[in-house]
Design a protein around this ligand. Sequence first.
Ligand code: ADP
Ligand code: ZN
Length: 227
Amino acid sequence: MTTASTLAAPVLILLAPPGAGKGTQARMLEETFGFVQLSTGDLLRAAVAAGTDAGKQAKAVMEAGDLVSDEIVIAILRDRLNDPDTRKGVILDGFPRTTVQAQALDTLLRETGQKVNAAISLDVDDAAMVTRISGRFTCGTCGEGYHDSFKAPQTEGVCDKCGGTDFKRRADDNAETVTQRLEAYHAQTAPLITYYDDKGALSRIDAMGDIQDIAAGLGAIVKSATA
Ligand code: ADP
Ligand code: ZN
């Protein structure tokens, strides 16, 4: 039987500045819990690559390290949440990034009897983010994330996960743009830490350590938030 409570899929939010490892951790949570990682950055990059109207508007904004308009991002997210796979639960990676987006998410979830189970802040030092971002790249086939200094593929040029040999670096992953992205985070996104704290939905985790340790800590938070 389907009841309202079984329909209410878990909704988790990762809040963190660029380079903190949101994407890496979201992918690990996806594997552990079977939730769907939903990255507005990935959705926007797909829209840019596809040359849609939204993509055309977003391209220059993203390359400058600024935030894409709430209107575009909310529309993209709403569409994606309509896909049936999101009923397994979602990990929002890079959304919401403004108070307007957080309020829109609350409204959307209310319509389907859902709520945000937990917003988890990955706490990091800004200074380290520039180094982390400047060296990062992903597998073009499966999306696995790598880093020149911290997480190189075991065999150079070959993806550990899928054996792919085609790697990508993002156009906005350079030192100049990173500074602007960090500023956008502190001005527009960091206030959401208080927003979710006021709702009693906030957890924080120190995200400067080892990837596996952070994953374990995050897994424990997610487990108790979705129990
Ligand atoms: P990062 O967290 O490393 O900056 P993302 O892939 O999450 O990477 O985002 C890349 C860019 O996409 C951002 O700098 C911004 O321009 C745009 N973007 C992604 N998500 C949002 C959002 N929720 N609101 C506005 N802009 C967004
Ligand atoms: Zn791969």
